[in-house]
Design a protein around this ligand. Structure first.
Ligand code: MSK
Length: 630
């Protein structure tokens, strides 16, 4: 086995610098240049103190003008902006979940989409009191999908999956009127509350932010994850690779980007088709390589071992290699810059969703009914584009690391059976994991999630924090672009166990796992909620008492704020490395960083110094251990 070492952020940056040289040759724009053009940022926007929800303004709060024209003070303005930001994220994740419900509804024995995990489908049906006996699996799939779709607009009651939380959590939600009702209702209610002349009371605005977030985490996102598993299989450990070096110069390179696995799964199917491979050879390539960017990449990496070319701020890099025949996108986190950039190369920028339509792209509309033929058309389009490459522009940085991914809750339970000297529980529980924590072999866990953001040196915060935490025997569960940062660095290589403290190293060896466990995409943070809920139930404590915290050191999107709200809303303290647009209000800041404890026993901590952020998380974990007497 070759000697193992992590890839450094300096090496990532050198690779990017080399690609930007190619970009300069062809006159390409880049996010690095646009950041310079946009800096310094608008202070009013950064502090959340600009109100433009009616046309009397826009109103900006200053010492001289402490209220908007309607009389709203800075706390109301910041709170409404924060609520609208959350609503955007909750709507986006949940609409992704809705699309997956529709795909499940379209599944058929002879259709494009099949049920790959019938046991999970039956488990969910029973949980939802849907009769399963003697039913054809596709009839059941349609019934469950319809029940899932009703979660978006049902007139009465709260989200079905809330029952997965410990009773103590459910009681807190009920008592504080935080239990989310229909998913769409929480988003609509958020927009209604933030309309001109409605709520300006900070507590009310933040409570609705948490409720809208919870409708995402325990509603839309959880259905997105669970039904994706039903359709495409529940992930199990699988080997793959990460970073731009996964692209293969001699092959047709198709890069999938976005979030919805319905598209990427189909593209992978057709790229594997012998007829398509033969066609690629006929066109002068040696084969077809699929790789991914952002969460659609995480989806196919988790289930198929498809390599991850990069994360959010590497999306332009895949085009800059000059070896990308097609970048195929679905929804979310897609830079409109890919349109003009792809025009500087031979790359086809293929948009597929009516939700994310962009200039300078080829729009091939994708839907569940015609998925097969559209995926075939996309793969063929990429193959036929191979001949248009400009060889003088081709350069693929030879950086890549091995990674073992695929750690669904089910997989984590399975691999940890037998560790910490416990008897193997035949039913499969989190008991062994809990024993690792209570015995102190593991001090705790951090859920590392979220994006890249040019405000933070890309990937640096993710990687440095993970290194620090694993050295302190804290296991990392990761998702989204954070997981991809870890994979690119090598932290998902099982050999990274040597960077851990003695306890975590022992667990990694016994369970044969890397110290950073890839749990999937952004919607799969719902897997982390389920894991935390199961741990708390097994230990007989509140989720907030577990030595577990969340962290998003480089977050940037509205979805991330929605996630943050549902993570604290579920009792887990959350540590941020980028400030939300809320610093303009002392009252909103106080509620977010402390006041929410009264309702949900958790709050945010914001710290831009990464070293301090890591220390604060370790201290919080140790505090929780001490309070439990472990
Ligand atoms: S893709 S939301 S940049 S994690 Fe889910 Fe990455 Fe953040 Fe998009």
């Amino acid at each position: 086995m070759s000697e193992f070492r992590l890839t450094t952020v300096e090496e990532f940056e050198a690779a990017t610098a080399r690609l930007l040289e190619t970009g300069a040759k062809v006159g390409a724009d880049s996010w690095q240049a646009r950041v310079k053009n946009q800096t310094p940022h608008c202070k009013f926007g950064e502090e959340g103190i600009c109100c433009r929800i009616c046309t009397m303004g826009p109103c900006r709060i200053t010492k001289k003008a402490p209220r908007g024209i309607c009389g709203c003070d800075v706390h109301g303005i910041v709170g409404r902006n924060y609520l609208m930001f959350t609503a955007g994220g909750s709507a986006t994740h949940s609409d992704h979940g809705r699309e997956i419900c529709h795909t499940l509804y379209e599944s058929a024995a002879d259709g494009c989409y099949k049920v790959k995990d019938p046991e999970k489908l039956i488990r969910i049906a029973k949980e939802w009191d849907i009769e399963t006996e003697g039913k054809d699996i596709y009839d059941l799939a349609h019934e469950v999908a319809e029940a899932g779709l009703m979660e978006y607009g049902k007139p009465f009651g709260t989200q079905r999956f809330l029952k997965r939380a410990p009773e103590s959590q459910q009681e807190l939600w009920e008592k504080n009127e935080l239990a989310p009702r229909a998913i769409d209702r929480e988003v609509s209610c958020a927009m209604h509350m933030s309309h001109m002349g409605c709520s300006s009371l900070p507590e009310a605005l933040i409570k609705q932010s948490i409720r809208a977030g919870l409708s995402d985490g325990w509603g839309g996102s959880m259905m997105g994850t669970e039904f994706s598993d039903v359709l495409f299989g529940t992930p199990k450990p699988i080997d793959t690779e990460a970073n731009l070096g996964v692209m293969v110069e001699e092959n047709v390179n198709i890069v999938v980007h976005g979030h919805d696995p319905s598209l990427s799964e189909m593209i992978c199917e057709y790229a594997d088709d012998p007829e398509m491979i033969a066609y690629a050879k006929e066109m002068g390539a040696k084969g077809i390589t699929i790789s991914g960017v952002c969460c659609t990449s995480n989806e196919v990496a988790m289930r198929r071992g498809i390599p991850m070319a990069g994360n959010f701020l590497q999306q332009e890099n895949v085009v800059l290699t000059g070896a990308c025949e097609a970048i195929v996108v679905d929804v979310q986190c897609i830079f409109p810059a890919l349109g003009p950039l792809s025009k500087c190369f031979h790359t086809k920028f293929i948009t597929t969703s009516p939700i994310a339509q962009m200039p300078d792209s080829d729009f091939i509309r994708f839907d569940a009914k015609t998925a097969g033929e559209k995926a075939k058309l996309i793969v063929k389009t990429a193959i036929e584009n191979f001949k248009n490459r400009k060889p003088e522009l081709v350069h693929i940085p030879q950086l890549k690391q091995k990674a073992t991914v695929g750690y669904s809750v089910e997989a984590i339970i399975k691999v940890l059976d037998g560790v910490a000297n416990s008897q193997v529980d035949e039913m499969g529980t989190v008991k062994p994991l809990l024993q690792c924590v209570t015995s102190g072999v593991l001090r705790g866990a951090v859920a590392m999630v979220g994006c890249n953001n040019p405000k933070v040196r890309p990937d640096f915060a993710h990687i440095e924090l993970m290194k620090k935490l694993i050295a302190n025997d804290i296991v990392i569960i990761a998702s989204g672009c954070s997981a991809q940062a870890a994979a690119k660095a090598g932290l998902m290589d099982k050999r990274a166990k040597d960077l851990c403290g003695d306890g975590l190293k022992r667990v990694c060896e016994l369970a044969d796992i890397p110290p950073v466990l890839h749990m999937g995409s952004c919607v799969d943070i719902s897997r982390m909620l389920i894991l935390a809920a199961e741990l708390a139930k097994c230990a007989g404590v509140h989720i907030s008492q577990l030595p577990v915290v969340g962290c998003a050191p480089e977050w940037m999107s509205e979805k991330a704020v929605s996630i943050g709200n549902y993570v604290i809303g579920s009792g887990l303290d959350t540590f941020l490395g980028v400030e939300p647009y809320a610093s303009g209000s002392s009252e909103i800041t106080e509620i977010l960083t402390n006041g929410t404890r009264e309702w949900v026993e958790a709050a945010f901590t914001v710290e831009k110094d990464i070293e301090k952020l890591g220390d604060l998380m370790i201290a919080r974990i140790e505090e929780k251990r001490a309070a439990l007497g472990i």
